[in-house]
Design a binder for this molecule. Structure first.
Ligand SMILES: [Zn+2]
Length: 334
């Protein structure tokens, strides 16, 4: 008896106030619909591994598209897709993001957002495992772990809210509620903000301050360059390091790494120039002395090489024995 009463009450509460505080009760109002015009169609690049079938993803995306369209007039249209084979990225969401950015870089003008359906593992503070993710550089690379509209819509709206914190309610809550009905709806305040950014350019990195934006951009290009370097695509790597340094000319690590690329191409003068720059910015970079010492060695400048090796050692860098032997033999050939 008691259980029945409780159930009845629960249903009543749900019917009365279920969507209070969200835009759901407003959807059919003419002025609400008018605010959603004109419709923006987002070009979606779809990426899958074997976590889900392409057909179920398509169905899911079109459901989410309808849910976004009625709220903010944003439609999702899949323009292309590809299958991905991961390397070791899945435990590290930053690596995962950089990987997708790298893979899609050459066609970045052809799509707005890339949605990757993947079972990634990434522990946040407190052992909390996120259900989805959006990159915080371009706010366009989205990752979805489960085919629940709450997740995709949440990440999608992040792409229009940027740095704004999670809301306490509805789709922009930080964690998916484990009870109740559909949590697919924005609050009116969040919706206003999404509408404000509705026509953003996805190839432009939005960030709060100029300074912050610069360092973020520079950081991003540096890591993209490093990802290309891993693939041994040196030209791409160098052009991305160039870009990183153009934005932030005081980025010691970018000089250092670009110098290493020049070294591996046996362009030792350019390598040494980059190592000089890195050390000018940060004279405590022990490994850079070693790298420069190596470059001098390959140029046959053994005296300079020894100087750098000693500096690297003084700063606590352990010089590989193999290299020391080579340098000894070369500089004292008896
Ligand atoms: Zn979130």
């Amino acid at each position: 008896m008691k259980v029945k009463k409780l159930l009845f009450l629960l249903v009543l509460v749900c019917l009365l106030g279920c969507y209070a505080g969200s835009v759901k009760p407003l959807l059919n109002r003419p002025e609400f619909k008018a605010e959603n015009e004109p419709i923006r169609t987002l070009r979606v690049l779809l990426i899958t591994d074997h976590s889900y079938q392409k057909e179920e993803i398509e169905k899911f995306v079109s459901k989410c598209s309808r849910l976004a369209e009625v709220q903010v007039g944003i439609r999702l249209e899949i323009i292309d897709w590809y299958q991905i084979k991961w390397e070791d990225e899945l435990n590290d969401i930053i690596k995962t993001e950089i990987r997708i950015a790298r893979d899609t870089w050459s066609k970045r003008d052809k799509f707005d957002i890339a949605i990757t359906f993947v079972y990634f593992v990434h522990n946040l503070a407190g052992g909390h495992l996120p259900l989805g993710a959006t990159d915080t550089f371009f706010w366009r690379y989205i990752f979805v772990r489960e085919l629940d509209p709450y997740i995709l819509l949440h990440e999608l709206f992040h792409a229009f809210l940027f740095e704004r914190d999670h809301s306490k309610d509805w789709v922009m809550r930080g964690a998916r509620p484990s009870y109740g009905s559909e949590w697919y709806w924005l609050t009116p305040e969040d919706r206003k903000e999404v509408l404000r950014n509705k026509w953003r350019d996805f190839n432009v990195m939005p960030a709060a301050g100029q300074e912050e934006k610069r360092s973020k951009e520079s950081w991003f290009y540096y890591h993209m360059g490093a990802a290309y370097l891993q693939k041994r695509e040196f030209d791409q790597a160098i052009s991305l390091f160039n870009k990183s340094l153009e934005i932030n000319p005081r980025y010691a690590e970018a000089y250092e790494t670009r110098g290493m690329v020049y070294s591996s191409r046996e362009q030792y003068d350019q390598a040494i120039a980059d190592f000089n720059k890195a050390l000018e910015i940060d004279p405590r970079l022990a490994e850079v002395y070693f790298s420069r010492g190596r470059a001098h060695y390959f140029k046959g400048e053994y005296g300079k090489s020894w100087e750098d090796i000693k500096r690297a050692e003084d700063l606590g860098y352990k010089i590989p024995a193999e290299f020391l032997n080579k340098l000894r033999r070369a500089s004292d050939p008896k």
